[in-house]
Design a protein around this ligand. Structure first.
Ligand code: UDP
Length: 322
């Protein structure tokens, strides 16, 4: 089977590439290396089962060619990371809306099954106990750029779902909650690699806001096994699935855990949201997924905990800087 992975040089995408090649699939990666990195896939160059196409999902002709040659498409290419979305909203909107539309159009044209990766940002400020797939979205003004990511990914979901409902395209939607692990970089805002890097350097750990906001961090290896299980499942078609961890921690608590586990001398500094992002930035106080649906279908639960995550991220950062 040839699998096309858009965004395959990115953090999650490149781990998916590793896993699919390891099970004997052929893999084509389409990536424009905007946030993806060549280093993430370099180890596969020369493998006859692996092909790298440098290009954007906004390039109609390129997408047409790579989708035509694939059996299945896993669409991960997106402008991601709060800092990027807030800093370059127009470019982010074009990639996430128009780019996804092109990918889906081509999947429909050639009848290719597609898995679309969405995000927990879909739920916006809904901080109810466990977020289930059918829960409401609570968003701020669209003029606050933070929410434009949620809007764009929602449109992508509606497009995928409508292609399934109206045109019979086999499509699966996955909402990824905070996903972390080796190869993730901190400069797009992602908190775990930032804290680990700061701790390893003995630099101050930058906690945004008061640090009481809570998240659940899932190891990328667990996320990849859910993505593969879902793309392989006929039953998953036409459905949306939350994928994430259930171990909840406050961001201040995370800072302390990282310092303790890495035996670091770092101090903790509080940074206001206005200084960290933009004036009037709204953060999500809490985000915990209900993953009963994916567990029910695949029996999937995360196998790695936060200690494993901190270890693996630290080992990755250390090996890259040596
Ligand atoms: N965060 C932080 N310090 C940092 C980077 C992020 O306190 O240096 C906070 C951020 O404000 C958010 C949480 O950590 O409350 C998770 O941020 P991330 O960008 O990893 O993911 P999000 O859940 O916001 O998509």
């Amino acid at each position: 089977m040839r699998v096309l992975i858009t965004g395959g040089a990115g953090f999650v995408g490149s781990h998916l590439v590793d896993a699919l090649l390891a099970r004997g699939d052929q893999v084509t990666v389409l990536d424009d290396l905007s946030t993806g990195r060549h280093d993430n896939i370099r180890h596969h160059l020369g493998d006859p089962n692996f092909e790298f196409v440098m290009g954007s999902i906004l390039n109609d002709a390129v997408v047409d060619d790579v989708v035509r040659r694939a059996d299945v498409v896993m669409h991960l290419a997106a402008a991601v990371g709060v800092e990027l979305i807030v800093g370059r909203p127009l470019e982010s909107l074009a990639t996430n809306i128009r780019g996804s539309e092109i990918v889906l159009e081509k999947c429909h044209k050639y009848g290719r099954k597609v898995l679309v990766t969405s995000t927990s940002e879909i739920y916006g400020k809904n901080d109810s106990d466990l977020l289930s797939e059918d829960d409401d979205r609570i968003l701020g003004s669209p003029l606050k750029t933070r929410w434009s990511y949620s809007e764009a990914k929602a449109i992508e979901e509606v497009l995928a779902y409508s292609y399934w409902r109206e045109k019979g395209l086999p499509a699966v939607i996955v909402r990824l909650f905070n996903t972390v692990g080796p190869r993730q970089v901190g400069h797009y805002g992602m908190v775990v690699p930032r804290f680990v890097e700061q701790a390893l350097k003995g630099a101050p750990i930058t906690v945004y806001g008061d640090g009481t906001q809570r998240r659940c961090f899932c190891h990328v290896a667990d996320v990849v096994s859910a993505l593969i299980g879902l793309v392989d499942s006929r039953e998953a078609e036409g459905q949306v699935f939350n994928v994430g961890a259930n171990e909840e921690i406050s961001i201040a608590g995370l800072a302390e855990r990282v310092i303790e586990q890495l035996d670091s001398d770092s101090s903790i500094v509080k940074v206001s949201y206005d200084d960290a992002y933009e004036e009037g930035f709204e953060d999500m106080p809490r985000r915990v997924p209900n993953t009963a649906r994916v567990r029910g279908l695949l029996g999937w639960t995360p196998q790695r905990n936060l200690a494993d995550i901190i270890n693996d991220v630290a080992a990755d950062i250390t090996s890259r800087s040596s």
